[in-house]
Design a protein around this ligand. Structure first.
Ligand code: HEC
Length: 106
């Protein structure tokens, strides 16, 4: 009996975690984009709302972000860390990330 209850609790927690906070109609693509974009949050803040001087990604036009990451990857734009980070994503992933940040309010 105890096992069943804790199993049910775990399920509830999973549902709660999986439920999008604001838009209940997030598409698969948006969900993927959000979790990829979350890998930028440590430095650029949640959803790109940076604090303490890091670049604000929220509201950055999609093509700007794609271009910046390409320049970092190629080394055309000097960087301490972004050159390495930019190498870690496929073009498809960069596109998803860029879509996510472009959709955030500044
Ligand atoms: C470890 C911290 C860190 C992480 C994680 C990180 N960044 Fe950055 N980002 C930086 C730093 C530092 C700079 C300034 C350039 C440099 O020195 O690398 C920067 C600069 C940028 C810029 C240029 C902004 C401008 O206006 O010049 C963009 C765009 C950017 N990051 C996007 C991203 C994206 C997208 C991700 C996630 C895939 C990401 N960053 C993850 C630290 C980080």
């Amino acid at each position: 009996m105890k096992r069943i209850i804790s199993g049910a609790c775990a399920l509830l927690v999973l549902f709660a975690l999986a439920a999008p906070a604001s838009d209940a109609v997030a598409t698969d693509r948006q969900t993927k984009a959000r979790s990829l974009a979350a890998t930028c949050a440590n430095c650029h803040g949640t959803n790109g709302h940076a604090e303490r001087g890091a670049a604000v990604l929220a509201g950055m036009p999609k093509n700007d972000l794609i271009t910046q990451l390409r320049l970092f990857r190629e080394g055309t734009k000097p960087s301490t860390i972004m050159g390495q980070i930019a190498k870690g994503y496929t073009p498809e992933q960069v596109e998803l990330i860029a879509e996510h940040f472009a959709a955030q309010k500044r």
